[in-house]
Write a protein that binds this ligand. Structure first.
Ligand SMILES: [Zn+2]
Length: 373
């Protein structure tokens, strides 16, 4: 139901208002950061306009129309999303089984965790063939519902030619068609596409709501949910990803790293970096460095804006670090810069062990140099 979508009150109110006034526009553009519910809202809106028992301008979740949308099997709803360049047959199916399987996994993931983002194995786009297919389909009146609804996720991933072809579809869609585009990159869309759509803005979701969602829907433990919600910058998708155990492993390793600095523990840091001499886990190292950036960010917030602290379970450790290091805002910025540089080196596949050690000693130097002043 539209009413069940959390943290997007303004967008939902606008959409319900449109349904109530029977002034449903023909093309919408849902825009805003990733993982905040644009696509979920698009599907709930599609349910609401075609629902057989519409109530308070919302869907019922129970009628056959609503259920079909939930199962991605409603004949009047077309869902388009970027995929790698998969070969399709004339009937629209996928020629290769492995590719068919990836698309199935994508839909299954969307059904079970609507906010999450599925990664295809290769770079994705929306191809011109897909748009041409769409152009053909919209000539048919809806078979079951009042409207034929086209949902295009990440519309900014249309190729140039696809976008140009799509412009024609947007110019004069039949009156029974509703088109909903979603994007995180408004500026990557053709201005002519933007101007033809009614824009609906989606905002980052407040951390309290993300936290509650993680606890209620994913049974994440409270403290972990709180931290993930703070780190995620209002994106439920990111928070879900964070709440997975590997992310927590990275965070714990980042906290170890900080302890090595505080305790001047050279043996600790050598063992730690040694891990990376044979384990070239790029993602893990990147996540650790990300958490280190957050840690130093927290140090700057500690006394002037404690409500922004991400590592809220580590306030004592933060305070301890602050007392030892007495870093100025300027030197914290320098430290964050050099951690970011370390992250860039990972991409260039430099010796990971060296990146860890170098980052450690550079930070170490700044922390203890500062102390002498
Ligand atoms: Zn219904």
């Amino acid at each position: 139901m539209l009413s069940n979508i959390k943290g997007q009150e303004q967008a939902i109110a606008n959409l319900k208002q449109l349904i109530s006034s029977e002034k449903v526009a023909q093309s919408y553009l849902f825009y805003g950061p990733s993982g905040v519910g644009k696509l979920t809202t698009a599907f709930q809106f599609a349910k609401a306009v075609n629902c057989q028992n519409q109530k308070d301008y919302d869907c019922c979740d129970n009628c056959s129309s609503c259920r079909k949308v939930d199962h991605f099997s409603h004949p009047d709803i077309d869902f388009i999303y970027p995929t790698p360049k998969f070969e399709t047959s004339a009937e629209g199916g996928y020629k290769k089984e492995t590719e068919q399987l990836q698309v199935q996994n994508f839909i299954e993931k969307l059904k079970s965790t609507p906010y999450s983002r599925f990664q295809f194995s290769k770079a994705t786009s929306i191809q011109i063939d897909t748009i041409r297919n769409l152009e053909r389909k919209i000539r048919f009146k809806p078979g079951e519902g009042k409207y034929r609804i086209i949902i295009i996720a990440e519309a900014d991933e249309m190729t140039r030619s696809a976008a140009n072809a799509f412009l024609k579809t947007l110019e004069e869609p039949p009156s029974y068609v509703i088109i909903i585009l979603t994007t995180t990159k408004l500026s990557a869309l053709l201005p002519t596409i933007i101007s033809r759509c009614q824009k609906v803005r989606f905002n980052p979701i407040p951390p309290e709501i993300v936290e509650k969602h993680l606890i209620e829907k994913y049974q994440i433990e409270e403290l972990q949910a709180k931290i993930c919600a703070r780190i995620s910058n209002g994106s439920i998708a990111k928070a879900i990803l964070m709440s997975q155990t590997e992310m927590f492993e990275a965070r714990n390793m980042a906290l170890d790293f900080v302890r090595f600095i505080v305790n001047k523990d050279f043996e600790g840091i050598h063992n730690f970096s040694d891990n990376f001499s044979h384990n070239r886990n790029e993602e893990l190292l990147k996540d650790i460095l990300d958490f280190l950036v957050l840690w130093f960010g927290d140090i700057t917030y500690l006394h002037h804006s404690p409500e922004r602290i991400v590592n809220i379970d580590q306030k004592e450790e933060l305070e301890r670090f602050y007392q030892i290091a007495k870093l100025t805002d300027k030197s914290i910025r320098e430290i964050i810069d050099l951690i970011e540089k370390g992250k860039e080196l990972i991409i260039g596949h430099i010796n990971f062990e060296l990146i860890v050690l170098d980052t450690f000693f550079q930070i170490y130097k700044r922390v203890y140099q500062n102390q002498k002043r």
